[in-house]
Design a protein around this ligand. Structure first.
Ligand code: UP5
Ligand code: MG
Length: 197
């Protein structure tokens, strides 16, 4: 181990809550690097000859959670590469951890000595709004999980596996809840003031 632990903010919330949109804005303006676990998994799925592509795709296209060791290693590699490339040490981790297995893998592979979790941002938004956002995005996203059947499965996974994780962090006093059912600009203004604190 070398030096200070990384600083991490986990960004959680339902499918389509605006995690990616807001993390991009924070990263552009406030110097935190944005790592979307879903984007890392989709990039790995695209790699020629990746042995993981089929496992990743089977889970994403069923709205299920990819085996935790895969995701956590992709996140760890991405953090280390950005550290090496430009000294980055502050990371917004978007869409992870979304299950108990994800939390355990994070603790085993990364842990407090490598990365300190400063806080957890929780984007709250009703499912009917999430559904209409995702169906609108489906027209251009090319994501094979932006269909109504898979969107419903993603909601079930979110309620059953991810909500308990948010509640766990709530119990630890780490959660800042964001009302995500507002304009992109309004949500960003609130996030900016939280992160600058
Ligand atoms: N939009 C955004 N903000 C808006 C606002 N305030 N008002 C109106 N519209 C707004 O936004 C979604 C859409 O809404 C966009 O069109 C946007 O313009 C608009 P976005 O910022 O993309 O929302 P986000 O929360 O990022 O939605 P996303 O669909 O990416 O969330 P998911 O959590 O479902 O997707 P993710 O990529 O994280 O994961 C996909 C799958 O990968 C999972 O289902 C799972 O199978 C797998 N996965 C794992 O297995 N493990 C992981 O750790 C992560 C992912
Ligand atoms: Mg996203």
């Amino acid at each position: 181990d070398n030096g200070e632990p990384f600083r991490v903010i986990f960004v959680l919330g339902g499918p389509g809550a605006g995690k990616g949109t807001q993390c991009q804005l924070i990263s552009d303006n406030l110097g935190w690097a944005h790592l979307s676990a879903g984007d890392l998994l989709r990039a790995e799925r695209q790699k020629a000859g990746s042995e993981l592509a089929d496992i990743i795709n089977a889970n994403i296209s069923a709205g299920k959670i990819v085996p935790s060791e895969i995701t956590v290693l992709l996140i760890k590699n991405a953090m280390e590469e950005l550290k090496k490339a430009n000294g980055q040490t502050k990371f917004l981790i978007d869409g992870f951890p979304r299950s108990e297995g994800n939390v355990n893998a994070w603790n085993d592979v990364i842990g407090d000595h490598r990365a300190r979790v400063d806080m957890v941002l929780f984007f709250e938004c009703p499912e009917d709004i999430l559904t209409s956002r995702l169906l609108e995005r489906a027209k251009t996203s090319g994501r094979n999980d932006d269909s109504i059947d898979v969107i419903r499965k993603r909601f079930v996974t979110y309620r059953e596996e991810s909500m308990p994780i948010i509640q766990m962090y709530q119990g630890e006093g780490k959660v800042r809840k964001i009302i995500a059912d507002r304009s992109i600009e309004e949500v960003y203004q609130e996030l900016e003031s939280i992160i600058k604190e």
